[in-house]
Design a protein around this ligand. Structure first.
Ligand code: G3I
Length: 645
């Protein structure tokens, strides 16, 4: 449910969940040495690392067990440098316009794919097709090229590389770091500067590269298989949410959402995430906000280059610094991996023995990764593992059943927290994965935000599209009134509706703002027709956000005297048997009368016949609840509920 709603002491990240995750992880590690990061990561989500090409096949200074750790711990890999332009295409082709002259270094693609296949590594990332940096000979050559020549070259290069063993690299960073660091839009001073010509912009070039990538994959694999390869935009310093539209984050969000709106075939956003320790909760929340917005566009949003450096001027990291770093890894991983739209986290290396950070920072910073120089697991390793072990992420659902063992009786009181057993998608739907209310009232893995305060238990943070179901036993056919108790702070209000067995029986119910999240007020809905027997009653949240306590359901008599026709409307007898009589003062205005069943299907129709009382013959319809629809001249339609014996 909506985490941004200020309900009492708003838990932005569920600290209880982190605690439980830590305990679970300790249990896991103490009972089984075989649990690795890839085992701990939730099903269907990967934990990845870069592979430095110098170290493949035990070349170079690979340390004690470079490849071994990768194979053991990670379910995804990406080349640190191997697949960048300068390494894939060493020489300028003799004919830029002829793709056959493009000599790509297939060995560098093969060795990553083959290493992954041999070691059962599921997800291979390609980094990066287009980038201003590490562009080799292109830097000089493209300076003289026209816009059209750069487009042709990019088309041919992307097509050739992405088509090689097409589909075996599962994700490609199509464009890397296109945005300037100076809050002024697109980066300039690149080999592709000349694309800005003839009224075309850098944005056109970016779009073009995505279209070319998708087309090449479709041509190589067909649409279905081609679409399985995910196309990323990847960048740094875009992670935390910034309301300034000119900031790097603001510009990125606008750029990506406009690309999605234009139908550019982009599947994913990569947040590189080169962070400085400690990463605190407010920074993590801010990243979360960016991720939620991007995921809301229908994109995958992954952490693609995570490292969290300690900047202490080359001193050995203290125990306290390592603990802060541990918590930082845990926070970032827990926040990201729990999101449905986050399919994986990739680290920019795993051992401090091989990291770009000390060199890049002139020794000011280091110790950024999860193993030390000697390949020992650091506290950060355990922080990451704890963050990845989201206890309820793959919680199985069970068949739907009443919470207390027997259906709730109607008439009676139903506490909202007593929704059925079953789980997400079976007995409830909640927009996030954890119980942010932290109550122990329900199963730990239920995501509904149940809150217990003293003797009161309620559901907080209800958000649009969420729903809860209750198996009920309606003791007799009849009309019922529902009194629903809700609370919402000033400025908040919402709407809900009630369905029985999938049919809307209430229409929209408006719940007011009540002046406070703990000030409960009753909203009454009358004349809800219910059939006797066992049914499933669903409460839908249609709009807004509110807290909800209970619904009191009692028998109500059909109130038709208040029917607003400036007339004394009578529909009788209720319940009716073979004949339903209808009368009101201006009955001659009647165009037609319909009797609709509970699914809205017309079962009887009766025209006005100059009689003071219109009689509907109802012998042949079965007993139950119906809607009487009065259509008056002047397009006025009124509906009331009636019951056949
Ligand atoms: O290969 C040469 C070698 O021949 C030469 O002797 C040596 C001298 O410095 O340099 C070697 O090249 C280095 C290259 O890595 C390969 O190791 C470059 O100097 C060095 O600048 C380059 O750094 C890479 C950096 O990208 C370049 O921007 C890092 O390894 C790599 O980790 C880093 O990765 C980037 C991502 O691609 C994009 N996101 C940011 C991330 C960190 O900067």
């Amino acid at each position: 449910m909506n985490l941004f709603l200020p309900f009492k002491n708003e838990p932005k990240i569920n600290s209880k969940r982190l605690l439980i995750a830590s305990i679970l992880f300790l249990l896991i590690t103490s009972t089984s040495q075989s649990q690795t990061l890839r085992d701990i990561a939730p099903n269907g989500k990967y934990i990845g690392t870069i592979v430095n090409g110098n170290f493949f096949n035990n070349q170079g200074n690979n340390g004690p067990n470079y490849e071994g750790v990768i194979a053991e711990q990670f379910s995804s890999i990406v080349a640190e440098n191997d697949h960048k332009f300068e390494n894939i295409m060493n020489n300028e082709p003799s004919d830029i316009y002829d793709i056959n002259t493009y000599n790509i270094n297939t060995n560098k693609l093969d060795r990553l794919i083959d290493f992954a296949n041999v070691n059962n590594i599921d997800v291979k990332r390609g980094h990066a097709l287009m980038w201003y940096n590490q562009a080799g000979w292109l830097n000089g050559a493209a300076a003289d090229w026209s816009r059209e020549k750069i487009y042709t070259f990019a088309t041919n290069y992307i097509t050739k590389v992405i088509s090689y063993r097409a589909g075996e690299i599962n994700e490609w960073d199509v464009f890397n770091e296109i945005i300037s660091d100076n809050n002024d839009g697109f980066r300039t001073g690149t080999w592709y500067d000349n694309v800005v010509a003839d009224g075309k912009t850098v944005q056109d070039f970016l779009d073009h590269c995505f279209v070319v990538s998708r087309n090449a994959l479709t041509a190589a694999l067909g649409e279905t298989e081609g679409n399985k390869v995910k196309l990323y935009y990847n960048d740094y310093s875009i992670e935390s949410y910034d309301t300034n539209p000119n900031s790097k984050n603001g510009f990125m969000r606008n750029m990506i959402s406009e690309m999605v709106n234009r139908g550019v075939p982009i599947d994913a956003l990569g947040l590189q995430s080169h962070f400085v320790s400690p990463v605190d909760e407010s920074f993590t929340n801010s990243i979360s906000q960016t991720m939620d917005e991007m995921i809301g566009l229908g994109l995958i949003c992954n952490i693609t280059e995570l490292d969290i450096r300690i900047c202490n001027g080359a001193a050995p990291a203290s125990a306290a610094e390592l603990e802060e770093q541990r918590d930082s890894y845990e926070r970032v991983a827990a926040m990201a991996i729990a999101k449905e739209g986050c399919t994986g986290i990739t680290l920019w290396g795993f051992t401090d023995a091989h990291s770009w950070i000390p060199g890049w920072s002139n020794g000011e910073c280091g110790d950024a990764l999860i193993y030390d120089n000697d390949y020992n697991e650091k506290p950060a390793y355990y922080g990451l593992a704890s963050g990845l072990s989201v206890p309820c992420l793959n919680n199985p659902t069970v068949p739907q059943a009443p919470f207390s063992g027997t259906p709730a009786v109607i008439p009676g009181v139903i506490e909202f927290e007593d929704y059925d057993l079953g789980g997400e998608g079976v007995s409830y739907s909640d927009i996030d994965l954890s119980n942010n209310g932290e109550s122990d009232y329900r199963d730990e893995c239920d995501a509904v935000d149940v809150v217990t305060e003293g003797s009161e238990t309620i559901i907080g943070w209800l958000s649009v599209s969420e729903w809860l179901e209750y198996t009920v036993n309606i003791t007799q056919l009849g009309n019922y009134s529902f009194i629903i108790s809700t609370a919402a702070d000033v400025g908040f209000e919402g709407e809900g509706s009630i369905e029985v067995d999938g049919v809307d029986v209430s229409g929209l119910i408006t719940f007011p703002s009540t002046g406070g999240w703990s000030n409960y007020q009753d909203t009454e809905v009358i004349n809800i027709a219910l059939n006797a027997g066992e049914h499933v009653l669903r409460f839908n949240v249609e709009s807004g956000s509110f807290n909800i306590d209970k619904m009191t359901i009692s028998s109500s008599t059909l109130e038709i005297d208040n029917f607003d026709l400036n007339a004394n409307l009578k529909a009788y007898p209720i319940p009716f048997n073979s004949t339903l009589n209808i009368s009101y003062n201006d009955i001659e205005r009647t165009e037609s009368l319909n009797l609709l069943d509970i699914n809205g299907r017309k079962v009887l129709n009766q025209k006005y016949n100059n009689e003071a009382v219109i009689k509907m013959s109802a012998e042949n319809i079965s007993s139950g609840m119906y809607f009487l629809q009065l259509n008056l001249r002047g397009s006025i339609t009124k509906i009331i509920k009636v019951i056949k014996k």
